[in-house]
Ligand binder design. Structure first.
Ligand code: GUN
Length: 282
Protein backbone atom coordinates (compact mmCIF):
# COMPACT_ATOMS: atom_id res chain seq x y z
CA UNK A 1 0.00 0.00 0.00
CA UNK A 2 1.38 3.40 -0.94
CA UNK A 3 2.17 6.28 1.38
CA UNK A 4 0.43 9.39 0.09
CA UNK A 5 2.85 12.24 -0.53
CA UNK A 6 0.85 15.20 0.73
CA UNK A 7 1.91 18.11 -1.47
CA UNK A 8 -0.58 20.42 0.15
CA UNK A 9 0.86 19.90 3.65
CA UNK A 10 4.50 20.01 2.49
CA UNK A 11 3.73 23.12 0.48
CA UNK A 12 2.09 24.82 3.47
CA UNK A 13 5.18 24.09 5.56
CA UNK A 14 7.54 25.55 2.92
CA UNK A 15 5.31 28.62 2.55
CA UNK A 16 5.63 29.23 6.29
CA UNK A 17 9.41 29.05 5.94
CA UNK A 18 9.32 31.45 2.96
CA UNK A 19 7.06 33.83 4.91
CA UNK A 20 9.66 34.04 7.68
CA UNK A 21 12.46 34.63 5.18
CA UNK A 22 10.41 37.35 3.45
CA UNK A 23 9.84 38.92 6.85
CA UNK A 24 13.56 39.11 7.58
CA UNK A 25 14.18 40.40 4.02
CA UNK A 26 11.72 43.23 4.70
CA UNK A 27 13.30 44.15 8.06
CA UNK A 28 16.75 44.12 6.50
CA UNK A 29 16.02 45.98 3.24
CA UNK A 30 12.88 48.00 4.04
CA UNK A 31 10.94 46.60 1.07
CA UNK A 32 9.28 43.35 0.09
CA UNK A 33 10.32 41.11 -2.83
CA UNK A 34 8.07 41.75 -5.82
CA UNK A 35 6.69 39.73 -8.71
CA UNK A 36 4.98 41.03 -11.83
CA UNK A 37 2.82 38.57 -13.77
CA UNK A 38 1.87 39.42 -17.34
CA UNK A 39 -1.13 37.74 -18.90
CA UNK A 40 -2.19 38.22 -22.51
CA UNK A 41 -5.75 37.36 -23.50
CA UNK A 42 -8.55 35.59 -21.70
CA UNK A 43 -7.56 31.89 -21.47
CA UNK A 44 -9.74 30.73 -18.52
CA UNK A 45 -7.21 28.24 -17.07
CA UNK A 46 -4.49 30.92 -17.19
CA UNK A 47 -6.79 33.37 -15.39
CA UNK A 48 -7.16 30.86 -12.54
CA UNK A 49 -3.40 30.15 -12.38
CA UNK A 50 -2.58 33.86 -12.29
CA UNK A 51 -5.13 34.52 -9.56
CA UNK A 52 -3.65 31.67 -7.50
CA UNK A 53 -0.12 33.02 -7.98
CA UNK A 54 -1.15 36.49 -6.77
CA UNK A 55 -2.95 35.01 -3.77
CA UNK A 56 0.07 32.89 -2.81
CA UNK A 57 2.35 35.94 -3.02
CA UNK A 58 0.10 37.87 -0.64
CA UNK A 59 0.09 34.91 1.75
CA UNK A 60 3.88 35.08 2.25
CA UNK A 61 4.30 38.87 2.03
CA UNK A 62 5.58 39.10 -1.56
CA UNK A 63 4.20 42.11 -3.44
CA UNK A 64 2.62 41.12 -6.72
CA UNK A 65 1.20 42.95 -9.67
CA UNK A 66 -0.78 41.48 -12.56
CA UNK A 67 -0.61 43.27 -15.90
CA UNK A 68 -3.31 42.26 -18.37
CA UNK A 69 -2.96 42.82 -22.09
CA UNK A 70 -5.78 42.18 -24.56
CA UNK A 71 -5.48 39.09 -26.82
CA UNK A 72 -5.13 41.32 -29.88
CA UNK A 73 -2.09 43.20 -28.50
CA UNK A 74 0.92 42.94 -30.73
CA UNK A 75 4.20 41.35 -29.84
CA UNK A 76 6.10 44.65 -29.86
CA UNK A 77 3.78 46.00 -27.19
CA UNK A 78 4.54 42.97 -24.99
CA UNK A 79 8.28 43.22 -25.68
CA UNK A 80 8.35 46.91 -24.69
CA UNK A 81 6.45 46.11 -21.50
CA UNK A 82 9.05 43.43 -20.65
CA UNK A 83 11.85 45.91 -21.38
CA UNK A 84 10.27 48.42 -19.01
CA UNK A 85 9.90 45.76 -16.28
CA UNK A 86 13.51 44.62 -16.81
CA UNK A 87 14.67 48.19 -16.15
CA UNK A 88 12.39 48.77 -13.15
CA UNK A 89 14.43 48.14 -9.99
CA UNK A 90 11.16 47.79 -8.03
CA UNK A 91 10.37 44.57 -9.94
CA UNK A 92 12.35 41.50 -8.84
CA UNK A 93 10.58 38.75 -10.76
CA UNK A 94 8.78 38.73 -14.11
CA UNK A 95 6.52 35.93 -15.28
CA UNK A 96 4.68 35.87 -18.60
CA UNK A 97 1.85 33.38 -18.31
CA UNK A 98 1.83 30.75 -21.05
CA UNK A 99 0.36 29.86 -23.45
CA UNK A 100 0.38 33.17 -25.33
CA UNK A 101 -2.34 33.73 -27.97
CA UNK A 102 -1.63 32.64 -31.56
CA UNK A 103 0.76 34.91 -33.38
CA UNK A 104 3.17 35.46 -30.46
CA UNK A 105 6.64 33.98 -30.59
CA UNK A 106 6.81 32.48 -27.09
CA UNK A 107 10.54 31.79 -27.17
CA UNK A 108 11.31 35.36 -28.21
CA UNK A 109 9.06 36.76 -25.48
CA UNK A 110 10.47 34.50 -22.73
CA UNK A 111 14.05 35.22 -23.75
CA UNK A 112 13.36 38.97 -23.58
CA UNK A 113 13.01 38.68 -19.78
CA UNK A 114 16.20 39.62 -17.92
CA UNK A 115 17.60 36.20 -16.81
CA UNK A 116 18.02 37.60 -13.28
CA UNK A 117 14.25 38.24 -13.16
CA UNK A 118 13.20 35.08 -15.04
CA UNK A 119 11.58 33.34 -12.07
CA UNK A 120 10.10 30.59 -14.29
CA UNK A 121 13.66 29.79 -15.45
CA UNK A 122 12.35 29.25 -19.00
CA UNK A 123 14.80 31.58 -20.83
CA UNK A 124 17.80 30.14 -22.68
CA UNK A 125 20.36 31.41 -20.15
CA UNK A 126 18.59 29.77 -17.22
CA UNK A 127 17.93 26.56 -19.17
CA UNK A 128 21.66 26.34 -19.97
CA UNK A 129 22.51 26.98 -16.34
CA UNK A 130 20.15 24.23 -15.20
CA UNK A 131 21.68 21.73 -17.58
CA UNK A 132 25.22 22.53 -16.44
CA UNK A 133 24.27 22.60 -12.76
CA UNK A 134 25.28 26.28 -12.34
CA UNK A 135 21.89 27.77 -11.52
CA UNK A 136 20.10 30.30 -9.33
CA UNK A 137 16.56 29.39 -10.31
CA UNK A 138 15.04 26.02 -11.05
CA UNK A 139 11.84 25.68 -13.08
CA UNK A 140 8.97 25.53 -10.61
CA UNK A 141 7.32 22.17 -11.33
CA UNK A 142 10.46 19.99 -11.47
CA UNK A 143 11.88 21.86 -8.47
CA UNK A 144 8.64 21.13 -6.62
CA UNK A 145 8.94 17.43 -7.43
CA UNK A 146 12.53 17.32 -6.10
CA UNK A 147 11.43 19.07 -2.91
CA UNK A 148 8.58 16.56 -2.44
CA UNK A 149 11.04 13.67 -2.80
CA UNK A 150 13.53 15.29 -0.41
CA UNK A 151 10.98 16.09 2.26
CA UNK A 152 9.47 12.60 2.00
CA UNK A 153 12.90 11.04 2.61
CA UNK A 154 13.02 9.43 -0.85
CA UNK A 155 16.60 9.07 -2.04
CA UNK A 156 17.25 9.53 -5.78
CA UNK A 157 20.89 8.48 -5.86
CA UNK A 158 21.40 5.23 -7.75
CA UNK A 159 17.69 4.80 -8.49
CA UNK A 160 16.18 4.05 -11.89
CA UNK A 161 14.15 7.18 -12.66
CA UNK A 162 11.79 7.21 -15.62
CA UNK A 163 10.23 10.47 -16.80
CA UNK A 164 7.28 10.11 -19.17
CA UNK A 165 6.96 13.34 -21.18
CA UNK A 166 9.63 15.55 -22.72
CA UNK A 167 8.23 19.08 -22.53
CA UNK A 168 10.58 22.04 -22.06
CA UNK A 169 8.66 23.06 -18.93
CA UNK A 170 8.58 19.69 -17.12
CA UNK A 171 10.04 16.56 -18.74
CA UNK A 172 13.43 17.85 -19.91
CA UNK A 173 14.34 19.89 -16.80
CA UNK A 174 12.95 17.10 -14.59
CA UNK A 175 15.42 14.68 -16.18
CA UNK A 176 18.27 17.15 -15.54
CA UNK A 177 17.38 17.57 -11.85
CA UNK A 178 17.11 13.82 -11.25
CA UNK A 179 20.47 13.42 -12.95
CA UNK A 180 22.00 16.11 -10.69
CA UNK A 181 20.85 13.98 -7.73
CA UNK A 182 22.63 10.95 -9.24
CA UNK A 183 19.56 9.11 -10.49
CA UNK A 184 19.85 6.96 -13.62
CA UNK A 185 17.38 8.68 -15.89
CA UNK A 186 15.32 7.53 -18.87
CA UNK A 187 13.05 9.98 -20.69
CA UNK A 188 10.10 8.41 -22.53
CA UNK A 189 7.71 10.11 -24.94
CA UNK A 190 4.99 9.50 -27.49
CA UNK A 191 7.38 7.77 -29.92
CA UNK A 192 8.96 5.46 -27.30
CA UNK A 193 8.72 1.81 -28.37
CA UNK A 194 7.29 -0.49 -25.70
CA UNK A 195 6.74 2.16 -23.05
CA UNK A 196 5.73 -0.34 -20.31
CA UNK A 197 9.11 -2.07 -20.57
CA UNK A 198 10.65 1.23 -19.42
CA UNK A 199 8.07 2.28 -16.84
CA UNK A 200 8.21 -1.21 -15.21
CA UNK A 201 11.89 -0.65 -14.44
CA UNK A 202 11.28 2.64 -12.63
CA UNK A 203 12.02 2.98 -8.92
CA UNK A 204 10.82 6.57 -9.33
CA UNK A 205 8.31 7.25 -12.11
CA UNK A 206 7.41 10.83 -13.05
CA UNK A 207 4.31 11.04 -15.23
CA UNK A 208 4.06 14.31 -17.17
CA UNK A 209 2.36 13.41 -20.43
CA UNK A 210 -1.08 14.97 -20.00
CA UNK A 211 -3.24 11.86 -20.50
CA UNK A 212 -5.70 11.07 -17.71
CA UNK A 213 -5.12 7.77 -15.86
CA UNK A 214 -2.57 6.62 -18.47
CA UNK A 215 -0.14 4.89 -16.06
CA UNK A 216 -1.83 1.65 -14.96
CA UNK A 217 -0.84 -0.88 -12.30
CA UNK A 218 0.56 -3.33 -14.90
CA UNK A 219 2.98 -0.63 -16.08
CA UNK A 220 4.73 -0.13 -12.73
CA UNK A 221 7.16 -2.03 -10.56
CA UNK A 222 6.24 -3.29 -7.08
CA UNK A 223 7.19 -0.57 -4.59
CA UNK A 224 7.62 2.20 -7.18
CA UNK A 225 7.42 5.86 -6.17
CA UNK A 226 4.83 7.52 -8.43
CA UNK A 227 5.00 11.26 -9.03
CA UNK A 228 1.99 12.50 -10.97
CA UNK A 229 2.48 15.86 -12.69
CA UNK A 230 -0.69 15.54 -14.80
CA UNK A 231 -3.54 17.96 -14.27
CA UNK A 232 -6.42 16.86 -16.50
CA UNK A 233 -9.96 18.16 -16.22
CA UNK A 234 -12.73 15.54 -16.37
CA UNK A 235 -16.05 16.31 -18.05
CA UNK A 236 -17.63 16.98 -14.63
CA UNK A 237 -14.99 19.67 -13.98
CA UNK A 238 -12.98 17.70 -11.37
CA UNK A 239 -9.23 17.15 -11.77
CA UNK A 240 -7.38 13.92 -12.34
CA UNK A 241 -3.75 13.01 -12.93
CA UNK A 242 -1.82 10.93 -15.48
CA UNK A 243 -1.63 7.99 -13.07
CA UNK A 244 -4.52 5.60 -12.37
CA UNK A 245 -4.35 6.40 -8.64
CA UNK A 246 -6.80 3.75 -7.38
CA UNK A 247 -5.35 1.02 -9.59
CA UNK A 248 -1.71 1.74 -8.60
CA UNK A 249 -2.26 2.49 -4.91
CA UNK A 250 -1.69 -1.07 -3.60
CA UNK A 251 1.39 -1.72 -5.71
CA UNK A 252 3.30 1.56 -5.29
CA UNK A 253 5.31 2.48 -2.17
CA UNK A 254 4.49 6.20 -2.42
CA UNK A 255 2.22 8.26 -4.66
CA UNK A 256 1.26 11.90 -5.16
CA UNK A 257 -2.50 12.58 -5.40
CA UNK A 258 -4.14 14.92 -7.93
CA UNK A 259 -5.15 17.42 -6.78
CA UNK A 260 -2.96 18.02 -3.70
CA UNK A 261 0.34 16.53 -4.87
CA UNK A 262 2.71 18.31 -7.25
CA UNK A 263 0.29 21.16 -8.06
CA UNK A 264 0.60 23.19 -4.82
CA UNK A 265 4.38 22.83 -4.96
CA UNK A 266 4.69 24.62 -8.30
CA UNK A 267 3.49 27.97 -6.98
CA UNK A 268 5.49 27.47 -3.78
CA UNK A 269 8.67 27.17 -5.85
CA UNK A 270 7.72 30.35 -7.72
CA UNK A 271 7.59 32.17 -4.36
CA UNK A 272 11.01 30.74 -3.50
CA UNK A 273 12.44 31.90 -6.85
CA UNK A 274 11.02 35.39 -6.41
CA UNK A 275 12.60 35.71 -2.97
CA UNK A 276 15.91 34.46 -4.37
CA UNK A 277 15.70 36.93 -7.26
CA UNK A 278 15.15 39.79 -4.80
CA UNK A 279 18.12 38.67 -2.67
CA UNK A 280 20.35 38.49 -5.75
CA UNK A 281 19.31 41.99 -6.84
CA UNK A 282 20.32 43.71 -3.60
N1 GUN B 1 1.47 27.95 -17.93
C1 GUN B 1 1.31 26.74 -17.33
N2 GUN B 1 2.28 26.55 -16.41
C2 GUN B 1 3.06 27.65 -16.44
C3 GUN B 1 4.21 28.06 -15.70
O1 GUN B 1 4.74 27.34 -14.85
N3 GUN B 1 4.70 29.29 -16.01
C4 GUN B 1 4.15 30.08 -16.96
N4 GUN B 1 4.72 31.24 -17.20
N5 GUN B 1 3.09 29.73 -17.66
C5 GUN B 1 2.54 28.53 -17.39
Amino acid sequence: MAAIIDGKAISAQIREEIKEEVCSFVSKHGKAPSLTVVIVGEDPASQVYVRNKARACAQVGIVSDVIRLPADSDEDELLSLIKRLNEDSGVNGILVQLPLPDGFDEKKVICAIDPKKDVDAFGYENVGRILTGDYDFLPCTPAGVMELLRRSGIEVRGKDCVVVGRSNIVGKPMAALLLHENGTVTVCHSKTADLPSHTRRADILVAALGRPGFIKADMIKDGAVLIDVGINRREDGTLTGDVDFDGCFEKASAITPVPGGVGPMTITMLLKNTLKAAEKQI
